[in-house]
Design a protein around this ligand. Structure first.
Ligand code: ADQ
Length: 489
């Protein structure tokens, strides 16, 4: 990140890193959203003290900001600027709920939910992308700022910024998977989306697999030259470099981990809160309440585990924390209701006086509560049906400085390509997932230690600064190359 000294860094994302709400007493409550993107990008913005442009959200937000909608966010290392864009209800409906979350989200996650494409949503998506791009141009203090574009809400922003700031270095990071060309091809505006993204200097995905899918998709739908061996796409004279940058978390420093409650105290606290017996084993799931996260498959696996291994009855508690998300969409409503009904059925089947196997806590938890839960857990279960990376599994590993606890991880999460010492499962296979759960909660201590120590080395080393650092080093190289070529012309 020292590369950035003297350069202006502008980050643009849909979501802002804070939520302001009114408490019961009318005071303002500041919360962190449940978002993998915020978890990963905020430490980078703090380190480079940049400007973050995002959509303002939360009922108290408008009262909190000053006249020009720019605020300073106090950071761990340094403060950074936040510039809010205010969307009307209509814009949010079409751009965010409609095109981004009913169209692109299911399009890119193969989770068997059909994408919905409405022309009106697409029009709103284009208009809102233009507003974000205009804000980037307005914030730019030079002809060649470094612009970090985040995620599928803003696919058109790179080309829109490039038009006004041809010399900008634009790094776009796609936080969700990229599907194969056939799947992507059902989108009526596939070419416009691809052209928008190719305004980027560098286009980043979590895995090589997603990069390959993207290169093949461009090959299928656009007139472009593709150098597969160098991962470069050229449209006319404009080049875009496509690379994998596996995202991660900020590894906790000693001051932070010293403040954590002891593992035994965390277990005690969770047991007391949920009324679990002394010898209870605890497995946890932590997710946004989203149909891609495999929450139904996970609870089915818990049910199968209890059928196959009745010795866990009355002993094993599965705690699922699910932060409400996109609840305005029918698909999410229906899904959240189905999960609640499933939990009620499994609890009615296996529960007994004073004990229930599944605890569904459908609410947002703050960081300290998540740390307590991670530290209390014998196993953390991540069974995404498809996930760009998944940061929950990395947070669990970071929280276990006692080198205990077992990670059960879906092979369809990008993280499975790095975290080989987890118990890797296919969440669609209920037997395999139930067996992995059994293995996790009965694993010997030495094996737990061996696996966890290795996972910790990996996540500590490949942390979020490595993610950002690699991208920015590559950006530096490409910028230099463009400058040299411009001089030669
Ligand atoms: P998400 O789909 O949001 O991210 P993930 O990477 O798991 O998924 O991050 C979720 C974040 O929200 C974590 O930091 C977690 O602690 C937090 N969180 C989840 N449930 C919570 C709850 N109930 N209360 C409070 N916090 C909660 C997208 C992609 C991922 C990719 C990230 C980053 O879908 O694949 O890893 O972006 O690129």
């Amino acid at each position: 990140l020292t590369q950035l000294r003297g350069d202006q860094v502008i980050c643009v994302s849909n979501r802002e890193p804070l939520i302001h709400d009114r408490g019961a007493d009318g005071g303002v409550l500041v919360k962190r959203p449940a978002s993998g993107l915020v978890t990963a990008v905020e430490p980078v913005m703090q380190a480079c003290s940049g400007t973050w442009i995002a959509h303002g959200s939360g009922s108290a937000d408008r009262d909190m900001v000053d006249a020009d909608d720019r605020v300073v966010v106090p950071g761990g290392q340094q403060d950074y600027w936040l510039r809010r864009i205010w969307l009307t209800e209509e814009e949010e409906k079409g751009y965010y709920y409609g095109f981004a979350n009913e169209g692109l989200w299911p399009l890119c996650h193969v989770a068997h939910v059909r994408p919905v494409f409405r022309r009106s949503d697409w029009e709103a998506y284009k208009a809102v992308n233009q507003r974000f791009a205009d804000a980037v141009v307005a914030e730019a203090r030079s002809e060649d700022p470094i612009v970090l574009v985040q995620d599928y809400h803003l696919a058109l922003v790179p080309a829109m910024v490039r038009e006004k700031l041809p010399q900008a270095t634009i790094l776009t990071f796609w936080h969700i998977p990229w599907p194969n060309p056939e799947s992507f091809g059902i989108c009526p505006w596939r070419r416009e989306l691809l052209r928008g993204m190719l305004g980027s200097t560098i286009l980043g995905f979590h895995t090589r697999f997603h990069c390959r899918n993207f290169l093949e998709t461009v090959d299928r739908y656009l007139e472009a030259r593709i150098e597969h061996e160098h991962s470069i796409i050229s449209v006319g004279r404009k080049e875009t470099y496509v690379e994998s940058y596996p995202i991660s978390i900020a590894w906790p420093d000693e001051t932070e981990s010293a403040a954590w409650p002891a593992v035994a105290a965390s277990r005690e606290a969770v047991r007391a809160r949920l009324g679990l017996p002394e010898d209870a084993r605890i497995a946890v799931g932590v997710d946004r309440f989203d149909y891609t996260k495999g929450i139904i498959e996970r609870i089915n696996a818990v049910e199968r585990l209890l059928e196959k291994h009745p010795e866990h009855l009355g002993r094993l508690a599965f705690v699922q924390v699910a932060s409400p998300t996109r609840s305005e969409l029918d698909e999410y409503h229906g899904f959240q209701d189905r999960v609640k009904a499933l939990v009620a059925r499994v609890n009615a089947r296996f529960g007994r006086e004073g004990w229930q196997p599944v605890h569904l806590l459908a609410e947002h938890h703050d960081h300290a509560q998540l740390i307590e839960l991670y530290r209390a857990a014998d196993a953390c279960v991540v069974t995404s049906l498809h996930d760009g990376m998944n940061l929950v599994c990395k947070e669990f590993v970071a929280a276990r400085d006692d080198e205990r606890g077992v990670l059960v991880l879906s092979r369809f999460a990008g993280a499975a390509r790095e975290l080989h010492e987890a118990l890797i499962v296919n969440p669609y296979d209920v037997e395999e997932t139930a067996d992995a759960l059994h293995r996790a909660v009965t694993m010997s201590e030495p094996e737990q230690r061996e696996r966890m120590a290795s996972l910790r080395t990996n996540v500590a080393e490949f942390n979020v600064f490595r993610w950002a650092g690699r991208m920015l080093v590559d950006a530096g190289r490409w910028r230099l190359r463009a400058r040299v070529e411009a001089r030669l012309r």
